[in-house]
Ligand binder design. Structure first.
Ligand code: MN
Length: 293
């Protein structure tokens, strides 16, 4: 099953190039108490609402995938967890790139010593919202990554059972401003976590460690790899993260990027494509002050 969120927070099932509007399923979500529990209610209810969604989809209004504004399939994660330097060739390029190496003494160390990092959840957007460049005089890089969405609460999850905690997979962009500040600050600007184009459930995706992927900027391929080249696989990342903190439904794991990271500027178009998930197009624009009235 492929689930998307689109336009004004509508929920869709994606079948081929068609989105079936199953927004009616939201009526089955529990009333929200105060305070709301951690995590994303739609993702938390996905397993139990799955049959309802499939049934609704058969008679639902249809839209072409290309005609909607795709939002992040997860609306309210409690955490966005990042894994650094999870592909050997990217770790090598980070050491050799003068700008990345100057600031990142830590990046020469193994992942287990660096640890995971967190991105602010307010950085999260979907592909239609695009990435905005807040500091045009500094280098803002793309990092194409497999996004893993947690489906149920867990702590100290055994590696052998880690994939049972996955609600689905999506394409992720871990955007970053290069520089001397702490990584969590430089990776948490508004729009610096892109997730899309939809969530693919594990039964449909199969093995998450056999996915070829590419990222192109303005049609030029810059990143190309396969998730089999991860140093820490998805199982180990989930298990490791859950030794530090409880994982909640909707938590997003950005599983690290491969070689070929590079800068983007306003006007650029990124296209990120993962086998068995799909492709998302993400525009880059200059930052402008949001209307906060
Ligand atoms: Mn990354």
């Amino acid at each position: 099953m492929k689930v998307c969120r689109f336009d004004d927070d509508r929920v869709g099932l994606v079948r081929g190039d068609v989105i079936h509007d199953v927004t009616g399923v939201l009526a089955h979500l529990p009333a929200v108490p105060f305070p709301a529990p951690w995590g994303d209610p739609l993702i938390a209810g996905l397993a139990s609402m799955r049959d309802t969604m499939e049934r609704l989809a058969d008679d639902a209004p249809r839209r072409a995938v290309g005609d909607v504004r795709l939002l992040s399939p997860v609306a309210r994660p409690s955490k966005i967890i990042g894994t650094p330097a999870n592909y050997r060739a990217h770790a090598d390029e980070a050491r050799q790139d003068p700008e990345m190496a100057r600031y990142a003494a830590a990046q020469g160390r193994p992942i287990e010593e660096q640890g995971l990092f967190l991105k602010a959840v307010t950085a999260l957007v979907g592909p239609s919202e695009g990435v905005s460049i807040k500091f045009p005089d500094r280098r803002t890089d793309h990092e194409a990554e497999l996004g893993v969405v947690i489906g149920r609460q867990g702590v100290d999850i055994p590696q052998a059972r880690a994939l049972e905690y996955v609600a689905g997979y999506a394409v992720a962009l871990d955007m970053v401003v290069r520089g001397p500040e702490d990584r969590s600050l430089r990776k948490s600007l508004d729009s610096f976590a892109v997730l899309g184009p939809w969530l693919v459930t594990p039964d449909e995706l199969g093995d998450p460690q056999t996915l070829g992927f590419t990222l192109a900027v303005n049609g030029q391929v810059r990143q190309r790899a396969n998730t089999r080249d991860m140093l820490l696989d998805v199982r180990r990342q989930i298990a490791w993260a859950s030794t530090f903190y409880t994982l909640y439904p909707g938590d997003i794991l950005m599983t690290g990027t491969c070689e070929g990271v590079g800068p983007v500027r306003p006007g650029d178009q990124m296209q990120v494509e993962f086998e068995r998930i799909g492709a998302m197009r993400v525009g880059v624009r200059a930052w402008s002050r949001p209307d906060t009235r």
